[in-house]
Design a protein around this ligand. Structure first.
Ligand code: NAP
Length: 320
């Protein structure tokens, strides 16, 4: 089969298509024919060798695949060959024609969700779901600011928050992104590249502040976020690419809190909750993954470059 292999950590150019043996599912394993693989920002951090998780080399990147079950090993009862599935992590990597996964890593993909959409399920929706329901303990009567709403996690968060009844604000950096965020359910949108947009957000709450902020770029925004919170407000740090100074007094005055989050650290029970929530959301149409761009597998280097550039509009997916 064809797969992307990383033989040394480095820039996007280290992502090379190679011919490798198609894996065989052992006991408790499922072989998935990958029809689309989602590209997530963490894939780029891992590839560069600077991420907290450093896989042994060589490795095939990617946790988010969508496709059909090709074969199953002994002891598998959850899925059978031909079933449509998405993966939440894999054993062998998603950027390939086939991926090996454990039984607990494959989940049903409803007919109405395309494979390209399925490649945008696990990391974006798992993150948005957990951040809203577990980390923020968000309630329907509250206001949420999705700070960075035009990308994978942001569009997922906007859809979920709107469906649960929250008042939803979202930011993006381009007109295309702002249109997308509005279309996916934000009541009001703001351009995070425009001077004074934070004051506009505060004004839109009548000066009260927002209850929850889902933050995609904390090293840029956290100090501002602390000033946008209502009493008992919560900032959930989802994305961060550096350091920042904040004034804790802003939190004290509001009895507010900042919570960090990483999808890798979710427990089995929390993950079960996420899978159940995602299953229902995909089925009932409240979760509709947005595919911004589909690229052939060989263009993985381009995908890794573009995912870090401004102008997000949903997910970038690779098609093997
Ligand atoms: P993505 O699809 O590349 O989207 C990036 C988002 O950040 C876009 O909405 C982009 O908006 C926005 N952004 C750019 N500049 C911004 C600014 N100054 N202020 C606010 N937002 C800004 O990435 P993603 O998959 O949604 O992930 C978002 C971040 O969360 C990444 O850093 C990722 O590594 C992280 N993440 C963490 C976890 C975790 O477990 N903690 C899980 C998933 C993702 P424009 O392009 O429109 O400017």
């Amino acid at each position: 089969m064809k797969a992307i292999l990383v033989r040394q950590f480095g820039g996007p150019e280290v992502l090379k298509v190679e011919e490798v043996p198609t894996p065989k599912p052992g006991a408790g394993q499922v072989l998935v024919r990958v029809h689309a693989a989602g590209v997530n920002p963490y894939d780029t951090y891992m590839r560069s060798g600077t991420y907290a998780i450093k896989p042994p080399l060589p490795y095939t990147p990617g946790s988010d695949a969508a496709g059909t079950v090709e074969a199953v090993g002994s002891g598998i009862s959850k899925v059978k060959p031909g079933d449509r599935v998405y993966t939440a992590r894999t054993e062998s990597g998603a950027y390939a024609e086939y991926a090996l996964a454990l039984e607990g890593q494959v989940h049903a993909l409803p007919e109405k969700i395309s494979f390209a959409q399925g490649a945008g399920v696990w990391v974006p929706y798992g993150t948005a779901y957990f951040a809203l329901f577990h980390s923020a303990q968000a309630r329907a009567s509250e206001t949420v600011l999705v700070h960075g709403a035009s990308g994978g996690v942001g569009t997922a968060a906007v859809q979920i928050a709107r469906a649960m009844g929250m008042r939803v604000f979202g930011t993006a950096g381009t007109d295309k992104g702002l249109d997308l965020v509005k279309r996916e359910g934000a009541h009001q949108v703001f351009n995070h590249t425009k001077a004074g947009y934070a004051e506009e957000i505060l004004k839109a709450t009548g000066g009260r502040g927002v209850d929850v902020i889902l933050e995609m770029l904390a090293n840029v925004n956290l100090a501002t976020d602390t000033k946008l919170l209502a009493i008992s407000g919560r900032v959930i740090v989802i994305g961060n690419r550096g350091e920042i100074t904040i004034n804790p007094r802003e939190l004290m005055a509001r009895r507010a809190s900042v919570r960090g989050f990483t999808l890798w650290a979710t427990t089995e029970a929390e993950s079960a909750d996420i899978y159940a929530g995602i299953g229902a959301g995909l089925e009932n149409g409240t979760m509709r993954p947005i595919v911004g761009k589909e690229l052939p597998l060989a263009e993985a280097p381009r995908a890794h470059k573009e995912i870090l550039e401004p102008g997000a509009a949903g997910k970038i997916v690779l098609v093997p």
